[in-house]
Design a protein around this ligand. Structure first.
Ligand SMILES: [Zn+2]
Length: 185
């Protein structure tokens, strides 16, 4: 069992799109995030992307299109020297009341089950309180908000009552440098 770094996709690794990321053309990589994933590729943590994509459930894009964007993102990360050990996606819309849409912990639990991850030693990083709650509900060791994407706006709001302790960083780079140490072990 190894620990994982769970990463939200939109707002953490790529720019958040107000009208949904529909095609690869909508994808704006955060260069600092991509470079950091390369730097920490041998950190001992599995790198797992957990992403809500309600555009699928709303009929805006197909599940195949969503998978294709994820596949191309993984390719871009790998080409830059990074690694992704799994992508877990909720395709539902909020009204579906599924168990995988963050803040529900389903995606993290599914990943832990399929990949034998040690949740108690894992970290969740997102740009929304709902990401942090999902991590907390899944029982991860630490949750962190980044100010990229929606994070800076989230920070202006009161956190949900259920949310316990969390850290805030400007970027994924700053988050990993603080949480894992500045250099690759
Ligand atoms: Zn779902």
């Amino acid at each position: 069992m190894h620990p994982a770094i769970f990463l939200d996709r939109d707002g953490v690794i790529i720019e958040n799109c107000p009208n949904y990321v529909r095609t690869w053309n909508d994808v704006q990589l955060f260069d600092q995030a991509i470079a950091t994933l390369a730097k920490y590729r041998n950190s001992g943590y599995a790198i797992i992307i957990v992403t809500n994509q309600s555009a699928v459930g709303r009929g805006i894009i197909t599940i195949e299109q969503a998978h294709s964007i994820n596949t191309q993102l993984i390719e871009a990360i790998v080409q830059s020297g990074g690694r992704v050990d799994g992508v877990f996606m909720c395709p539902h819309k909020p009204e579906d009341h599924c168990t995988c849409r963050k803040p529900q912990p389903g995606l993290l639990l599914q990943a832990a089950n399929e990949l034998s991850l040690d949740l108690s030693q894992s970290i969740m990083i997102g740009d929304a309180f709902s990401d942090l709650l999902a991590g907390q509900f899944a029982g991860v060791r630490q949750v962190a908000l980044v100010r990229t994407g929606r994070g800076a706006v989230q920070e202006q709001h009161a956190p949900p009552d259920a949310l316990k302790e969390y850290s805030i960083y400007n970027t994924l780079t700053e988050a990993l440098e603080d949480l894992l140490g500045p250099t690759t072990p």
